[in-house]
Write a protein that binds this ligand. Structure first.
Ligand SMILES: [Ca+2]
Ligand SMILES: [Ca+2]
Ligand SMILES: [Ca+2]
Ligand SMILES: [Ca+2]
Length: 748
């Protein structure tokens, strides 16, 4: 088959005008002759022969190594020379076009679909879900579990997508989370949330779930005593299988609670983000709370303000604030929900095999976000839990959401305490997800701000210069989460407001006044979290203001000054290093250091980590003392058993330092070393004395403290540990006893 190279050019040129063509550095050539003649032709044109295209023909695959691997232009000179060569019977520089997935999108035929105003295109804003469907993403291969009050598993609009492996009944301890029907208190919440995510499409029933081809499970865990253990087991249920956990519950939204996950739930979150999804991290989507009418603030809810949960706020169809919305700087994004009676609400499945168009509250918003994130995980299943948060920040937009507190942060993104980064745009999210490059491992920089006592009356301002761990391996140049951990007592906690201002002048309201919070319990190492400085460079001056907005007689009482420093995570973070690098603590190395061996881990994936040898070994192939390859000095290897003998030091053999050389060395050492040691000690004492007379301002991370009242009062803020992340530890302590957590569904 020989064709003219002229016609090829025409084709290429024509296609360029329609679609971008990428030219490679590989050529196909049709040549005839002996192998020597073929070699000669290749050499003449500077080509490298890669082989025959078909085993029994004269088509050759050749590479031109001097040409870029990808180029928008065909190589004119090489093609011209090949064309002029009579021995080249045919040739073509290989070019590629992008190949898009083909899918046909048709508007769902479900009877309630037209009422799903938040999904369909209209003149008003919408979540742009149809755009993601049109790109072929419907949640296939993604598993979502609703942690709630049970599920009507046989509901005809859910049954097809129901996944028993993503389900459990924690309340009755059996695998079936089937709803317990009750006339007085219908347990419909879980079933309603499930339909928002994964109601089946085109089945003539109800509406359509955002991710209508995702698998959906339910965990019945709110229908009984909610204990720490039940929460923890729910958050870690089948974590290899479940991708996204959607939770629309938390401490009661009474505007006076300060509660977070207790011991086991805290551990469950860390295990989830470390081990879930094969080490990529479980995705926890969380409702921000319905305490708006009680002036609640979601930074007082340790579940939603956890860095491990992706907190979702709500807006109405008009882009206004629903009455139940509560603000906080931990909210990341917003989805639609109901508002007052005149606003349309969310269409979903309901108990007794029915449908409803009456779902509302942040309860509706969290599963809507969970469904949209399921589309993103289908577009890119390799996203880590932090990747998902990065993408959500980028795929949320101000749209037409109305509130008084939109501000532009230090990297130019509008952000609000009610809406986070704005309305989540599904089309944009899947587009970004499909080309997203995984973020580097998490880093954590902790700064102890003040460790002595201050009394707080009207206003306390702390200003300090942060180097963001410059000079250490935890140096942070681009922020994700920031936590201000605070311990203080105060006569009326609800009168306090706390504001944090970044070096880029981004203002995070960490706490707003809560009139119903009358307690004097204060805060005990409570981590206030902000996402508003995402991607900002944290170095520079930060300002933290604690203000009393109530009675001027308010004041604190002294509590024991308890300095808690954030320490490195006790849990192994999975650091994935690309072959041939080895993960070692938080970095990737070319080889494991002495005392460490290479482990492939339990995972089926191929990344390799350095794990510590037994203390007896210098190098090893495993963690046992019978896995030694080399021994430390003064210890001998038993190569048959791969063990090291107990060390025998030369100075253990008393009286052996007898030869003249050793004795001379010892005398010289004493004569020269002695005076040096004395000189050093004297210098150190002089340095310490001079330093103790220096003013405090000479410290590197300088803290200025000003209060708005006179200085004669003693001060009473006990401790502020200020932590900035690309990574964080969690609220380390909840402030109330937790045997029976009054978790409430976020259904208005
Ligand atoms: Ca059951
Ligand atoms: Ca349906
Ligand atoms: Ca709340
Ligand atoms: Ca959160």
């Amino acid at each position: 088959m020989i064709c003219s190279s002229n016609s090829l050019y025409v084709l290429a040129k024509t296609s360029l005008t329609h679609q971008q063509v990428i030219y490679t550095n590989s050529w196909a050539l049709y040549l005839s002759g002996t192998p020597e003649q073929i070699n000669k032709i290749a050499k003449k044109h500077g080509f490298h022969i890669l082989g025959k295209i078909f085993p029994d023909g004269n088509y050759y695959h050749m590479e031109q190594r001097g040409v870029a691997k990808q180029s928008l232009q065909a190589h004119y000179l090489h093609n011209l020379r090949l064309k002029m060569d009579p021995k080249v019977l045919w040739f073509a520089q290989q070019s590629g076009r992008s190949r898009n997935r083909r899918h046909s999108f048709t508007v769902p035929t479900d009877p309630f679909f037209n009422q799903q105003w938040y999904l369909v295109h209209s003149e008003a804003f919408n979540q742009n879900v149809v755009a993601a469907w049109a790109r072929g993403y419907t949640g296939k291969g993604v598993v979502v579990s609703i942690l709630d009050d049970g599920l009507e598993t046989s509901h005809p609009d859910l049954a097809e997508n129901y996944d028993p492996l993503a389900s459990y009944d924690m309340n009755d301890n059996d695998p079936n989370p089937e709803t317990q029907y009750s006339l007085t208190r219908p347990r419909r919440h879980g079933t309603r949330c499930a339909g928002v995510v994964a109601a089946v499409a085109n089945n003539g029933m109800c509406g359509v779930g955002v991710a209508h081809q995702a698998k959906i499970g339910g965990v019945r865990m709110l229908d009984g005593q909610v204990t720490d253990l039940i929460e923890a087991m729910s958050l870690n249920l089948n974590q290899k299988h479940i991708d996204i956990y959607s939770a629309s519950w938390g401490p009661e939204d009474l505007g006076r609670n300060l509660e977070g996950p207790n011991t086991l739930a805290k551990e469950a979150f860390i295990r989830g983000i470390s081990n879930g999804r094969g080490g990529l991290g479980s995705i926890y989507v969380w409702a921000s709370g319905n305490g708006g009418a009680s002036f609640d603030n979601c930074n007082c809810d340790g579940y939603t303000n956890s860095i491990y949960t992706l907190s979702v706020g709500s807006t109405t169809e008009k882009g206004t604030l629903p009455f139940y919305s509560e603000p906080c700087s931990a909210i990341l994004t917003t989805t639609y929900s109901g508002g007052s009676f005149q606003h349309h609400r969310i269409v979903t499945t309901d108990l007794h095999q029915s449908c409803t168009s009456d779902h509302t509250g942040t309860s509706a918003s969290a599963p809507l976000a969970a469904g949209i994130i399921a589309l993103a995980l289908e577009a890119n299943p390799r996203l880590t839990w932090r990747d998902v948060q990065h993408l959500v920040v980028r795929a949320s937009r101000l749209a037409d959401l109305r509130t008084h507190d939109w501000r532009t942060n230090g990297v130019g993104r509008p952000v609000s305490h009610y809406y986070g980064y704005g309305l989540l745009d599904a089309g944009r999210l899947v587009d970004l997800a499909s080309k997203w490059k995984t973020v580097k491992p998490q880093k954590k920089c902790t700064i102890d701000l003040i460790t002595r006592s201050f009394e707080l009356r009207m206003k306390l301002t702390l200003r300090w210069n942060v180097t963001a761990c410059h000079g250490t391996r935890n140096w942070i140049r681009s922020l994700e989460h920031i936590q201000a951990r605070l311990t203080l007592t105060y006569s009326r906690r609800g009168d306090l407001s706390i504001t944090l201002i970044s070096p880029k002048k981004t203002i995070s309201n960490l706490l707003t006044t809560r009139p119903y919070d009358k307690t004097s319990a204060g805060f005990s190492d409570w981590a206030f979290m902000s996402t508003h400085c995402w991607d900002e460079d944290p170095s520079g001056y930060w300002v933290l203001q604690i203000e009393n907005n109530g009675d001027s007689n308010n004041r604190g009482t002294r509590i024991s000054a308890d300095i808690l420093k954030l320490t490195k995570n006790n849990y192994p973070l999975f650091i994935e290093c690309i072959y041939p690098l080895y993960g070692f603590e938080n970095s990737c190395l070319m080889s494991c250091p002495p005392h460490y061996y290479v482990s492939n881990g339990n995972s089926t994936r191929s990344y390799q980590r350095c794990l510590p040898c037994h203390r007896n070994c210098l190098t090893c192939f495993g963690k046992q003392d019978t896995n030694c390859l080399d021994c430390p000095p003064y210890s001998t290897l038993d190569s048959r058993r791969s063990t090291c003998s107990p060390p025998v030091y030369p100075w253990d053999h008393k009286g052996k330092v007898t030869n003249g050389m050793d004795r001379t060395a010892a005398v010289l050492g004493i004569l020269i070393g002695g005076p040096l040691v004395i000189l050093f000690v004297m210098w150190a004492i002089a340095w310490m004395v001079s330093r103790s007379f220096l003013p405090r301002g000479a410290a590197r991370n300088q803290v200025d403290i000003s209060t708005s009242h006179s200085n004669d009062e003693s001060r009473d803020v006990e401790m502020v540990v200020f932590s900035i992340t690309e990574s964080q530890a969690e609220n380390s302590e909840s402030t109330s006893t937790f045997t029976n957590i009054p978790n409430t569904s976020r259904e208005t």
